[in-house]
Design a protein around this ligand. Structure first.
Ligand code: EPU
Length: 416
């Protein structure tokens, strides 16, 4: 098992480039199954989660060819299996994204409850009731769910909870369905809009993606196409926070600053000195003061940046309240941050208060999920002394060759 050894307490300097978005790549791979013609996907990050999803797609009978670094051809002409490999699916929540294309193309899908980050309950009730509304029959047998339909039918569906992959799945289920589907209370994340752009370029008829109301008119068939994965807003945000927390001068390149409005708004309140350009953000070393954050669905403060932001608050003067509203288990990682010296009071599973600034101390830490893993990495870079982060598979799931990219801006980080 790989680990990172980090010696912190050093200012960093230079330029770091943002890779393609994990959560866009995962859904575009799934959407490629909706057409029997080839799909070309570029700007794909080389991370563990994209590898796992491609393995799943290949096991379903699809052809995958890597054309060059970050570019893949996916051909779902020979899509034949409707069983999503349980062993792999248990490792990755995004495996659920394959259910809609399989239902649309084969009329049947069998899959286990999807795994992934341990950040909360993560039910799939919205997917199951969405598919049922479109005429599918759902049942569970042993550890597997089975859904089947002769052909999905357009329907009206209101999400009880705003769900990103749920919205994406219902859009994918509806593009080849008979008639019109109207979805309400949809997730508005940029990845949902990107998915709709890709599907529309293949002949789908989707309007409203990126707003809470999405309408889809089913078509008989989709053509193949190509898609460039959008920049990863969570990676960009993580680098922005890393730069501010370590009091460094860093330029974050190849990002889409308009996807980070909410984070940048909070950064302004902490007094971070930054400049936004068209596709880059420059962070300059600044004196930090605390602020409160409350996570929210897009365009609110992203839950995926809550953990890195908590580390920033440990380096800021004053007291900041962090309210995590999306997941009930996504503040548990802060217990280890306390052991690194952070002054944190936990009110309940959804709310903590961080008082700063505090000097963090290097420690041996276990990375529990992608974003908490990145937060520990930032904490280790802020901390005095040496830290070891175990289970870096979790960080590799979402950040491409992170140690090499951080070393280029002066970080003392090594993979062992
Ligand atoms: N929810 C339900 N029922 C459902 C589905 C979701 O109640 O059927 C609830 C969840 O319990 C949660 C909320 O809805 O409280 C949001 O969950 P959501 O379904 O939006 O999460 P997701 O689609 O599984 C995606 C990202 C996550 C990101 C969340 C929130 C992908 C592949 N994953 O997850 O990314 O945290 O949206 O923005 O797009 C990550 O990248 O590290 C990550 C975890």
């Amino acid at each position: 098992m790989n680990k990172f050894v980090i010696t912190g307490g050093k200012k960093l300097k230079g330029v770091i480039e943002v890779k393609g978005a994990k959560n866009d790549a995962l859904v575009i791979f799934a959407a490629s199954l909706l057409t029997s013609q080839p799909v070309f996907v570029s700007n794909v990050p080389d991370i563990e989660d994209t590898k796992r999803l491609l393995e799943l797609v290949e096991k379903l009978g699809c052809g995958i060819k890597q054309i060059r670094t970050g570019e893949y051809k996916i051909s779902a002409k020979k899509l034949k299996s409707y069983l999503i490999d349980p062993e792999i699916a248990k490792k990755i929540r995004a495996s659920i994204l394959l259910t809609a294309p399989l239902l649309a193309r084969l009329g049947r899908v069998k899959f286990p409850h999807p795994g992934g980050c341990v950040i909360g309950e993560r039910p799939i009730d919205q997917f199951l009731s969405g598919y049922k509304n479109m005429g599918a029959k759902t049942r569970s047998r042993g550890n597997l769910y089975e859904i089947s339909t002769s052909r999905l039918k357009g329907a009206e569906f209101i999400f009880n909870n705003i769900t990103v992959t749920g919205t994406e799945s219902m859009i994918m289920a509806a593009v080849l369905a008979k008639g019109r589907t109207v979805l309400k209370n949809c997730a508005c994340e940029p990845e949902v809009e990107s998915l709709a752009d890709f599907l529309n370029s293949c002949g789908a008829k989707i309007t409203g993606a990126g707003t809470p109301y999405v309408a889809i008119d089913g078509v008989a068939k989709l053509r193949g196409g190509s898609h460039r994965i959008i920049p990863d807003r969570v990676e960009a945000g993580s680098f922005v926070i890393l730069a501010a927390a370590t009091n460094s001068n860093i330029i974050i390149k190849n990002c889409e600053p308009r996807h980070l409005d909410s984070l940048l708004g909070s950064l302004k309140k902490t007094g971070v000195n930054f400049k936004v350009n068209k596709n880059s953000i420059e962070i300059r070393s600044s004196r930090l003061k605390s602020t409160n954050i409350k996570t929210h669905e897009y365009p609110g403060f992203p839950t995926d940046l809550q953990a890195p932001f908590c580390v920033l608050l440990t380096q800021s003067k004053g007291s900041g309240l962090v309210h995590e509203i999306i997941y009930e288990g996504r503040l548990m990682w802060t217990e280890e941050l306390k052991r690194m010296g952070a002054n944190i009071h936990t009110y309940d599973p959804h709310r903590i208060e961080i008082k700063g600034p505090t000097k963090l101390r290097g420690r041996e830490i276990e990375s529990p999920d992608i974003r908490a893993g990145m937060a520990y990495l930032i904490a280790a870079l802020c901390a005095k002394g040496r830290s070891t982060i175990n289970n870096v598979y979790q960080i590799d799931r979402g950040y491409e060759k992170i140690e090499k990219r951080l070393r280029k801006i002066g970080a003392n980080i090594h993979r062992i």
